[in-house]
Ligand binder design. Sequence first.
Ligand SMILES: [Zn+2]
Length: 271
Amino acid sequence: MDRTTIAREVEVEGVGLHSGLGTRLRMKPSERGIAFIKDGTRIPATPPHIVDTRLNTTYGVGNVRVGTTEHLMAALYGLGLTDLDIVVEGDEIPAMDGSALPFVEALGDAGRSPLGVAAAEISPRGVLRFGDGASWIEARPGDFSVSYEIDFPDTAIGRMRFTFDGRGFAERIAPARTFGRMQDVEAMRAAGLALGGGLHNAVVVDGDGVVNPEGLRFEDEFVRHKILDLLGDLWSLQAPLKARITAWKASHALHVRLAKALFEEHRGERA
Ligand SMILES: [Zn+2]
C-alpha cells in the first residue's frame, strides 16, 4: 500500500468519554505522518509519545496531552491513512457512539489522496511476547492476523474469541462499541473517568444481562471491540504489520508495550 492522506479537511465534534466535556477535531491532509496538534504543540502519534494507558491511550509531549485516541486511530488503520494532522480542541477525542464507525464515515467523506510513496511494512524479527499467565500478547512474523480472546466473570460476556484477518474492517470491527461493567462505573467515576459515558456511547453489562435496550450489534461485540482497540494502538506504528498477533485478556498497556517494542526494533528503517 501507498502512504495516504485525506483529500480535504473534515471536522468532527462530540463529547469526551472520560472528561464529559465537548471536544472538536479538525483533520487535515498532511505528508508528515499522523500527529495530534493541540495548543500549537505537535504530538506525533507514535509509540514513544504514548504517555498513559489507563483505560484509554493518551499521547503527549510535555504537559500537552490528547486522550481516548484509540477508536480514531483504529479508523485510520481501517482506511489505511498514514498521514494526517488532527487539530484537537479539548482534552480527548470525542466518544461518538463508542465505536470507530463515525470516524470511518467522516474520513470516508473526506476522500483519499495517495502520496505516491510505498508505506514500509513492519514485521517482528522473532517472537515478541509480553505479560504473564493472567494476560498476555504475542506477535510473530507472518501474514497479518489478530486473534483475541477474553474471559469475564459476567455471563453476559463470558469467554469469547475472534480472529480478524485484515478483511472487512468497516463492517466487522468498526461498529463494535466500547463496554463497561456496571460495578466498575462508580469506581471509574470516582477516579474522574467515564464522566461522558452512557448507554448512547457504550455497552453496559450487569452480570448476566446487557443494560442497553437496543442490545448488541454483534453477539461477540465485546471481543470485536478489543480487536478494534488493539488495531488502533498498533496503528501508532503508522505502517502495515506483517505479523500474527495473539492476545489473551490483554489491555491498552500490553498493546502499547508491543507497539513500543516493534517501534524500537524498526527504528531507523522508517521513511
Ligand atoms: Zn475501546
